[in-house]
Design a protein around this ligand. Structure first.
Ligand SMILES: NC(=O)c1ccc[n+]([C@@H]2O[C@H](COP(=O)([O-])OP(=O)(O)OC[C@H]3O[C@@H](n4cnc5c(N)ncnc54)[C@H](OP(=O)(O)O)[C@@H]3O)[C@@H](O)[C@H]2O)c1
Length: 364
């Protein structure tokens, strides 16, 4: 029989991989089981994981939308003295249909909660959620926020015996020193837009705060919560956000462009031009005018692509509601320290674009 077991769903994802790193050397877990949706994501995780992580994590593959197959894990894993389930698997898309988001977030949570129950009395459930949602008094900006909250409500109403604890984090970016992260969600598609299409202007409220946090700090806070759970301490929900220390959108964009240009200079690529932020009202007017007057010479990304991407970010660029930090051990490091490595790591993994090379010897 295994002593203290930790079962982590979504261990191959951005947060899950960070947690695996944080747990690699950490007591008190006798066994760490990591759940993957498929063989490919498991193989990719093992290929990039450090040796201590590979040695620590017992991997299993399971499609968590499949209730009976998920429940069958209880038998396959064998008994353990105590189990803590960390449920980080989710459909994190901001554009999923309500049906798909419910399946990925609510049904999957129910299936994992049933598994937790089947793992025996005393099993604890730690639900990983977003600081950009809440179970009450919240106007949801997309199906992701709505279904993450719906899953939390389900846990509280139907699975109180698992004594669920909620760990919510804000937008995760790469490791605070190395910039490393396993998936590029959140602000990364915006970086891609700036790097690939070099738009001269973008819409958004200059003073809106964009709450970003580095993955190693999030993982350390989650690991600390898990330790409190294992020690049997009284545990309360944690919100890992940066709150008032979060950058204003104007500062985040300026900082991202500066970091991007440093990375481009190191790769002998010309800098992206200055980026102006305009209010949405002006943006909407400009977009209509460019079309109506068929203006040439203003280099803008392809219309459908730009509109889709801006549509995804718009709710966050207009409305910056986010839960304040609560119950963390340390404050989030300053964004000015971790933005540069995050952008640099992302940039180094983009396909080379020789068309924008600087003349030889140029540094931008
Ligand atoms: N990243 C952020 O900025 C952020 C911000 C706030 C909250 N969160 C929360 O943090 C948690 C993790 O997010 P993340 O950013 O790490 O997301 P992610 O990188 O997309 O990872 C999600 C994980 O869920 C797993 N998964 C999805 N559907 C599955 C299924 N049917 N069966 C088995 N596994 C499935 C995926 O497994 P495979 O890799 O094996 O396919 C993946 O590892 C989520 O609960 C999310 O709501 C994330």
């Amino acid at each position: 029989m295994s002593a203290a077991r930790l079962l982590v769903t979504g261990v191959g994802g951005a947060v899950g991989s960070g947690l695996a790193d944080a747990l690699a050397a950490a007591p008190p877990w006798a066994e760490v089981v990591g759940v993957f949706s498929g063989q490919r994501s498991r193989d990719a995780f093992l290929a990039r994981a450090s040796q201590p992580v590979r040695a620590r994590v017992r991997t299993v593959v399971r499609d968590l939308t499949d209730g009976p197959a998920t429940l069958a894990l209880a038998r396959e894993l064998g008994p353990a003295a105590t189990t803590t389930v960390v449920h980080a698997a989710a459909d994190v898309s901001w554009t999923s249909s309500l049906q798909a988001a419910r399946r990925g977030n609510v049904e999957v949570t129910r299936n994992v909660a049933e598994l937790a129950r089947a793992l025996g009395g005393g099993t604890r459930f730690v639900y990983v959620s977003s600081a950009y949602t809440a179970v009450e008094g919240w106007e949801y900006r997309n199906t992701y926020e709505a279904t993450k909250a719906e899953a939390e409500r389900l846990l509280r109403s139907d699975y109180a015996d698992l004594r669920p604890v909620v760990f919510s984090c804000s937008l995760v970016v790469g490791h605070s020193r190395t910039g490393a992260i396993s998936r590029f969600h959140g602000i990364y598609p915006l970086l891609g837009l700036i790097d690939r299409h070099e738009p001269p202007l973008l819409p958004g409220g200059r003073d809106r705060r964009i709450d970003i946090v580095p993955v190693d700090w999030v993982a350390a806070e989650l690991a600390a919560l898990l330790r409190r759970v294992a020690d049997g301490d009284a545990v309360t929900d944690v919100v890992a956000s940066s709150g008032p220390a979060a950058p204003r959108l104007a500062d985040l964009l300026a900082g991202s462009v500066a970091a991007l240009n440093r990375a481009r200079a190191a790769a002998d690529r010309a800098p992206v031009p200055e980026l102006t932020l305009v209010p949405f009202r002006r943006w909407d007017f400009l977009r209509r005018s460019l079309d109506a007057w068929q203006v040439r010479g203003v280099a803008m990304p392809p219309r459908a692509f730009l509109d889709r991407l801006i549509g995804v970010y718009r709710p966050y660029f207009e409305d910056d509601r986010v839960l304040p930090p609560t119950g963390t051990v340390r404050a989030c490091p300053p964004w000015t320290e971790f933005l540069d490595p995050a952008v640099g790591y992302w940039f180094a993994r983009q396909p080379a674009r020789p068309g924008t090379l600087l003349p030889t010897g140029g540094t931008g």
